[in-house]
Design a protein around this ligand. Structure first.
Ligand code: AMP
Ligand code: GLY
Length: 432
């Protein structure tokens, strides 16, 4: 098979690494890819939202399957674009339709979906500009803290956890009246705060059948001890020890089954990955959010644990025969540390030369995934984004995985390099 992968971050480097490992992959193209994917596949200089360019590349390169990494092209309807084109409609695209992508693209849509299908989530109500007074009234009737969420995509920044009614009221006004998050906050979901521990469950589905992939926990805040600003993710671990069989069974019965069934009953085509952000509230799962793609950096911890053929999984999804696929998982722990540019998630420098990459271990104890990097004219790798590299350590337990991850992290250097040194420490303490 010739496969085209859309995206260019750490998640896509991990996908690419797993795809080329399969004997079923003849050629892999990545649009736009990064210097990491360039080593194992052919990068195409196309933006993820350039549907015409992608269509041309698919026809030119005899592509048999398209795999979509990030949410942006999904929410913009890449799957529907392929489905209505006579030349492209037969080529499977792994990703949900535009309607399905609303599970991530609109928090209001996803809350209503959960309500229709009795999927456990925080109680909430949605308000628009005309309903500001009702929104303020609603806030005052909530327990503190109260959670405000911009309805649309806001690059992970659209959620505010307000500790006082004054703060919540002011934030609601900023979001609805002053477009704090642009169009994304034209509607605001106000919801109850859930107290518990978070984890993410990943599902591959063909719209009818599903396979639950290994779960992961990510570390969203920039600072150690979960402090400071939210980021796209500073690290991840998989498996998550507190997600025992009993808890995961509840997730399957109460969340995964009704979600897949609900999409199908509503006639929403969904062939793709579903990322379920969950809160474990005293052993009971509640959905915090859906994403319609794999997580980043969770993918860099989850995929190395998959033992069965990854292209077969993708084919099973594309041909709606996922029931024939048997997922096998390595009994290993994976821990991912994200190396970021100093200043991220606020302003940061680009163009700093990265040293030490050639010293990465090649004995399988650690894996290097590129995210925000670029190669200059001399072939030197330089920083080109906030999240620059993701390094995954593998081991028989969490201590070993972390020790392998940090041993590899310590080989790498650039001006202003920053990373969290406490990935996984909360879990180690929990287990003591
Ligand atoms: P989201 O973009 O919906 O994933 O929200 C970002 C982060 O805000 C989540 O990962 C949680 O840490 C936190 N969060 C969102 N909703 C709630 C909630 N209802 N209760 C507690 N924390 C929440
Ligand atoms: N790591 C969180 C996300 O991918 O949205």
């Amino acid at each position: 098979m010739n496969i085209l992968l859309i995206g260019g971050g750490g998640r896509e480097h991990a996908f690419a690494w797993k795809i080329v490992e399969s004997p079923k992959c003849t050629r892999l193209f990545v649009a736009p890819g990064n210097p990491g994917t360039a080593k194992i596949a052919t990068n195409l200089p196309l933006s993820v939202s350039d549907f015409d360019g992608i269509a041309e590349a698919v026809l030119q390169n005899d592509i048999d399957m398209v795999v979509v990494g990030p949410e942006e092209p999904l929410v913009k309807g890449i799957v529907d674009f392929f489905a209505i084109s006579p030349e492209l409609s037969k080529i499977p695209v792994i990703g949900p339709s535009k309607a399905g992508a609303q599970l991530e693209g609109s928090k209001d849509f996803s809350k209503q979906f959960m309500s229709r299908h009795a999927i456990p989530t925080a109680a909430s109500q949605t308000f628009t500009q005309n309903e500001i007074d009702a929104g303020i009234d609603f806030i005052k009737r909530q327990k503190l803290p109260v959670v405000l969420k911009a309805d649309g995509l806001a690059a992970g920044k659209g959620v505010l956890i307000c500790q006082s009614y004054e703060e919540a009221e002011a934030s609601l006004k900023e979001m609805l009246l002053e477009a704090k998050f642009g169009e994304a906050s034209a509607k605001v979901v106000i919801e109850q705060f859930l107290e518990g521990i978070e984890l993410s469950v990943f599902v591959a589905t063909d719209g009818k059948n599903y396979t639950i992939l290994p779960e992961a926990k990510d570390y969203k805040r920039i600072g150690e001890g979960d402090t400071g600003l939210n980021t796209g993710g500073m690290g991840a671990i998989s498996p998550v020890p507190f997600a025992d069989k009993k808890f995961l069974q509840k997730v399957e019965e109460r969340v995964v089954v009704p979600t897949v069934k609900g999409l199908s009953e509503e006639g929403i085509p969904y062939i793709g990955f579903l990322f379920i952000g969950l809160m474990n509230v005293n052993g009971e799962p509640f959905v915090i959010e859906y994403n319609v793609r794999m997580g980043d950096p969770e993918t860099e911890a989850v995929l190395p644990r998959i033992k069965s053929d990854f292209v077969e999984l993708l084919q099973g999804m594309g041909s709606r025969q996922l029931d024939r696929y048997m997922l096998q998982v390595h009994e290993l722990t994976a821990s991912t540390v994200v190396l970021v540019a100093g200043g991220y998630p606020e302003a940061y420098e680009k163009g700093n030369t990265i040293s030490g990459l050639e010293e990465m271990p090649i004995d399988g104890t650690a894996l290097l995934f590129h995210a925000g990097t670029t190669a200059n004219e001399n072939g030197e790798i330089q920083t080109n984004g906030g999240r620059v590299l993701a390094i995954t350590g593998l081991g028989t337990n969490l201590e070993a995985a972390l020790s392998n991850a940090y041993a590899a992290v310590n080989k790498v250097c650039w001006k202003d390099l920053n990373y969290r040194k406490d990935i996984g420490q909360d879990i180690l303490k929990l287990n003591q």
